[in-house]
Write a protein that binds this ligand. Structure first.
Ligand SMILES: [Zn+2]
Length: 403
């Protein structure tokens, strides 16, 4: 494996900064940092983790990897060089690599292909259960938080960490790395550790690394002497928020649009419907909803102006767990206007002309995330059907949540 992965180092810097396999078998934990090149807190945390691993070798069971996402982006401290790497992991894109020649690749296509090779190699040469964690930071001030695709295994693992969890962002974004891994069925969490340049972002990311070692079962808590300390780092920075939130709105910046957030918004700040949030050209953009503002954009690269999120009531989270375990979703196809996609068993096609009485929240509850194709058609993708749930059945967090 070593040679194969080392061959990936075509660009000056290292792609794989941590590669550890213990003699005892155990879970596999894969960290990504710098998928956005200007977000290096995760990489700094991984370099620190590397030192910790070297002094704790005898207590570790399983495999750990630390992978740099956009090497050239990191070198130039840019979110990306040619296109946003974290919007390229669509099925279509991944498949099209087979037909393209290397010389035709732009920087991110090259980086993406190498990342895909790493992931394939890791999956083929290690035992599950697999955990994938992708470190990011934001341009605005923020509390540390987790983002996940809404599958129960993600929710339950995410709940081990004392930070807010935001789900459903994949409904608004095309092709993030974690959605791709999630579609393969593995636990995959995004961790946004703070604002790009602040020291706390590195501390939070490092704390997250250490807690992940314990929660995935790679090290027993009693051998990790800094465990309590790292737990308190996240507790101190979480602003008292431990809820689960759902994205209800995304402001999408159009090509050639001149967009500017009004100053001093921070993620998780309350806003009311009608509050002025940004300026586009010479027009003021006000909030279409009340809720919490999320990831307001304070940098030039990127097309997500801001998001709005709302807390999901606890009873709804519980209800959706029950309905999903009962596989109630399989009954949806009985309803008029809903059909299973012949080419993809995990996907439902909703004809909105017929099934317009069904609302998005119902689909969410049952584990579907929707993508609007056009006025009359909605595509629903089920996160639970693809989840490799059985491979996590013996973990302590799964047993605890599933009881
Ligand atoms: Zn990012």
């Amino acid at each position: 494996m070593k040679t194969q992965l080392q061959n990936e180092k075509t660009i000056k810097n290292e792609r794989i900064i941590i590669q550890f396999k213990s003699e005892k078998t155990g879970p596999t934990l894969v960290f990504f940092g710098g998928v956005h090149g200007n977000e290096t807190a995760g990489i700094q945390a991984l370099l620190k983790l590397k030192k910790l691993l070297s002094t704790h070798k005898k207590y570790l069971q399983g495999s750990i990897y630390g992978i740099v996402g956009n090497i050239k982006g990191v070198e130039q401290n840019k979110r990306f060089i040619d296109e946003d790497l974290n919007r390229m992991f669509t099925k279509k894109n991944v498949l099209s690599f087979q037909e393209k020649k290397h010389q035709e690749f732009n920087n991110e296509q090259l980086e993406q292909q190498q990342l895909l090779n790493c992931i394939t190699t890791i999956l083929s040469q290690n035992k599950g259960p697999f955990y994938f964690i992708d470190f990011h930071t934001t341009s605005s001030k923020t509390l540390p938080f987790i983002t996940i695709n809404d599958a129960l295994i993600n929710r339950w693992f995410a709940k081990c960490f004392p930070v807010p969890v935001v789900l459903g962002i994949e409904e608004y974004l095309e092709g993030p790395l974690l959605s791709y891994i999630n579609q393969l069925g593995y636990v995959s969490l995004g961790f946004e550790s703070g604002q790009h340049e602040e020291v706390e972002a590195v501390k939070n990311a490092y704390a997250f690394c250490c807690l992940s070692l314990v929660f995935s079962g790679i090290i027993d808590q009693k051998y990790l002497t800094n465990f309590e300390n790292e737990l308190s780092v996240l507790k101190k920075h979480n602003g008292g928020l431990k809820n689960t939130f759902e994205v209800v709105y995304r402001y999408s910046i159009q090509e050639n649009e001149i967009f500017k957030m009004l100053p001093n918004f921070r993620s998780f700040q309350s806003i009311n419907k009608g509050d002025n949030l940004a300026i586009s050209g010479n027009q003021t953009i006000s909030s279409p909803y009340s809720g919490l503002i999320f990831m307001p954009l304070y940098q030039t690269q990127g097309t997500d102006g801001f998001f709005i999120i709302r807390a999901i009531p606890k009873f709804l989270l519980k209800l959706s767990s029950i309905l999903r375990k009962l596989k109630v979703e399989s009954l949806l196809v009985i309803l008029p206007g809903i059909n299973r996609d012949k080419n993809d068993r995990e996907t439902l096609i909703v004809n909105l002309k017929i099934a317009r009485f069904l609302a998005k929240p119902l689909f969410h509850l049952l584990g579907y995330r929707s993508k609007t194709i056009n006025q009359n058609r909605l595509l629903l993708q089920n996160r639970e059907r693809v989840a490799q749930t059985a491979s996590y059945a013996q973990t302590y967090w799964y047993k605890k949540r599933n009881s």
